[in-house]
Design a protein around this ligand. Structure first.
Ligand code: FMN
Length: 154
């Protein structure tokens, strides 16, 4: 355990200067910055969001500007489990707070037992379809609400 900690510290010390000079993911950063809102649909791995998604959020946040700053974000997810990605979504909410994004609170879309709700790749479960439609309507209203706000530091 101690060896791993030392190794990680060394890797960071060596690699950090190179990271600082990189302008990562310019297309992703531009897409987020230009969007009125962002919708994240996630699966769940080991009680969290996939590391690839968390890594993309990390890289998108690196640079002189913060594309998620003040942005409306909605999260949805589907899993075969009974919790329907709830744990992954709550980790994402925590990350979004650090980026100063504004995640939509309600309705939450946790699609549990997702394997029972799709046929041939199509979402056939009417309750879930209605819930997703409700979330998108709420996201539109949340985006409009945020567009009229005055940032606290202005
Ligand atoms: C290592 C591993 C961890 C997983 N952890 C979770 C989990 O915490 N919650 C969950 O709902 N599903 C979990 N799953 C299931 C995946 O989200 C996914 O539904 C499943 O692996 C099938 O998709 P895939 O073939 O693309 O991996 C896990 C799967 C793997 C392989």
């Amino acid at each position: 355990m101690k060896m791993i900690s030392i190794l990680l510290a060394l890797m960071f010390a060596v690699a950090a200067p190179a990271w600082a000079q990189v302008q990562p993911f310019p297309e992703l950063r531009a897409s987020i910055a230009e969007a009125d809102a962002v919708l994240i649909a996630t699966p769940e791995y080991t009680y969290s969001a996939p590391v690839a998604l968390e890594n993309a959020l990390d890289w998108a946040s690196r640079g002189n500007t913060q594309p998620f700053d003040g942005k409306a974000v909605a999260i949805m997810g589907a899993a075969a489990s009974t919790l329907g990605t709830a744990r992954a979504q709550y980790h994402l909410r925590q990350i979004l707070v650090s980026l100063n994004a504004h995640p939509l609170n309600q309705p939450e879309v946790f699609v549990a037992r997702a394997n029972e709700r799709f046929e041939n790749g199509q979402l056939t479960d009417e309750t879930t379809r209605k819930l997703i439609a409700d979330q998108l309507i709420a996201l539109k209203a949340w985006t409009a609400c945020l567009s009229t706000r005055v940032a606290p530091n202005q």
